[in-house]
Write a protein that binds this ligand. Structure first.
Ligand code: 3NM
Ligand code: MG
Length: 525
């Protein structure tokens, strides 16, 4: 008998203890399969052997009916007794070689991998697939390994892709499924953020316990998973699909975007700080978009339904608002609306460090915009460990700044904007430098924050290439700042501020955009 074919798209791992009252595992799994589960692992940590085998047989009757493979967690003897399609083994279970010898070559054997060392061992076995995790901390598996997060998952997948294994390219080819805390909220982001650049290696699917087993409506939940998993192919999150061929192409696009913002008037939901609310609203209006400020949980779904964008700025947020900030980002993620995160003062206090980690770790921020020390804080251990640089230090070296934005954009698979005298933008592949604003803007509060508003407005109507939209937004902002400074009689913060709003207002209908190169693409390094 040939080895059954493996489809790891939606991998259900069972746990009878999490079933809602009154439901049987077999009934629950059958409904889940109807909803789209592609493979089932029977995982029962406390069940007596006889009951385990009997449950396995009953379940196998159902899975066979749908042509879905059934694997048994850990217990080779149970798998043999049931005659199902294979086993999944963890690091305290039998060794792969023994499992293979007992089961023969026609059975599927999957192995859990939590770190590089385990990946190397798994590669040496040449097992059929790997389960990587935990992605997030989960109460379903007590004493699990440390959570990888999506950046850790991605690093692990990249490492795995380099392992030759028995076939020379085993690591690149071996199907992998992520596990641990995956649910309908985060499944798309897990798929997208864990994929390596150039799509060299991506997950084949996700393995889920509680989100399906503890649900009262497993069929519907699985249908939703399947839908979301299909949508990852057409990435809602992707920052980059177009190439800018040259400066005049960019200027054409810029004009198009600026005009489109003013005609479409996208809603920009601001969750922002008390100092800049008024100015940010005025800037948003000046570019033609429609600002709304709301900090109430109950309004999030309705506001997300407008399909605009979100500015998430934690400048004056309190401990009590932390949960709201995350919920706001998640509501935007769920609607597929871009989020511009401004981690104001991220490294300054422990509350801010904590909020930053909470948001970046648990939601997808399409764009993170900050000054150098904020960006360094978001990078966190990566900077400290990899470069031995203090997380609050700054550098005068443009290449070092460019390296930081690129590193973070690669890690988060998003767009990073580092503001300063010169602004740096990267999507992890291309890095740009924009340099002709005006220094007086540093003396007016809210200017930096309001750049987030313009970026959100632009990205919201030019989702086909968020990177171009971000570059256009910064160019508009810089041009308005510069021209405002040049145009006022007496250059002071008050006159400049009003002139700045006026220039922004003008720019949206400008048919003449200077052909100078506002954007300089930095060489690839
Ligand atoms: N294995 P949930 S985490 C069974 O990291 C299992 O190897 C893990 O459950 C690993 O989907 C886990 O409810 C439990 O978070 C996952
Ligand atoms: Mg195990």
């Amino acid at each position: 008998m040939p080895k059954p074919s493996l489809d790891l798209t939606l991998y259900l791992v069972t746990n009878s203890e999490l079933l809602p009252a009154g439901r049987t595992l077999v009934q629950h799994v059958e409904e889940a399969i109807r909803g789209g589960v592609t493979i089932v692992q029977l995982r029962e940590k406390t069940m007596a052997t006889r009951a385990f085998i009997s449950l396995g047989r009953e379940l196998h009757n159902v899975t066979q009916k749908y042509g879905v493979p059934l694997l048994i967690n850990d217990r080779i003897d149970v798998a043999l007794a049931v005659g199902c399609e294979g086993v999944h083994i963890g690091w305290e279970d039998a060794e792969y070689a023994d499992a293979r010898r007992l089961l023969g070559n026609d059975k599927i054997i999957g192995v859990s991998v939590s770190n590089n060392d385990q990946a190397e061992e798994a590669a040496a076995t040449g097992c059929d697939y790997i389960g990587v995790g935990p992605v997030f901390a989960t109460s379903t598996k007590p004493n699990h390994n440390p959570a990888l997060g999506t950046p850790g998952l991605r690093n692990l997948l990249e490492f795995i892709s380099t392992l030759p294994g028995p076939t020379g390219n085993w690591g690149l080819k071996v199907p992998s499924v992520a596990i641990g805390g995956i649910n309908l909220d985060n499944v798309q982001r897990v798929m997208y953020q864990s994929e390596s650049l150039g799509r060299k290696k991506s997950l084949s699917g996700v393995a889920v316990v509680s989100a399906i087993i503890a649900s009262l409506t497993p069929e519907d939940v699985c249908k939703s998973f399947v839908k979301l998993l299909e949508y990852c192919e057409n990435p809602v999150f992707a920052p980059w699909q177009l190439q800018i061929a040259n400066a005049s192409d960019f200027n054409d696009l810029f004009k198009k975007i600026a005009t489109k913002v003013a005609t479409k008037k996208p809603i920009v939901h601001h969750v922002t700080n008390n100092v800049v609310k008024n100015f940010s609203a005025n800037v948003t209006l000046a570019v033609g978009a429609s600002p709304i400020m709301s900090e109430d949980l109950s309004e999030l779904p309705e506001l997300a339904a407008f399909n605009g964008a979100m500015v998430l700025n934690m400048g004056t947020s309190t401990k009590a608002q932390q949960g709201f900030l995350l919920a706001a980002a998640k509501a935007s993620n769920a609607a597929g609306n871009p989020v511009v995160f401004d981690p104001v003062g991220a490294g300054a206090t422990s509350l801010r460090r904590e909020s930053t980690a909470l948001i970046v770790g648990n939601a997808y921020c399409d764009i993170i915009k900050g000054n150098e020390s904020e960006i360094r804080t978001v990078l966190g251990d990566d900077v400290i460990q990899q470069r031995g640089v203090d997380s609050t230090s700054t550098t005068d070296d443009p290449l070092e700044k460019a390296r930081l934005v690129k590193q973070l954009a690669r890690r988060e698979r998003n767009i990073i904007v580092m503001t300063g005298k010169v602004d740096y933008v990267s999507d992890g592949e291309s890095t740009f430098e924009l340099s002709d604003g005006h220094e007086i803007q540093g003396g007016v509060t809210g200017t930096g924050c309001s750049l987030g508003s313009i970026i959100a407005a632009y990205v919201s109507i030019h989702r086909e290439c968020k990177l171009v939209a971000v570059l256009a937004a910064i160019s508009a902002y810089n041009a308005a700042a510069r021209e405002a400074a040049e145009g006022v009689k007496i250059l002071g913060p008050g006159a400049w501020m009003t002139a700045f709003l006026d220039r922004l207002y003008e720019l949206r209908t400008a048919d003449k955009v200077e052909e100078e190169t506002w954007v300089r693409k930095l060489g690839e390094r």
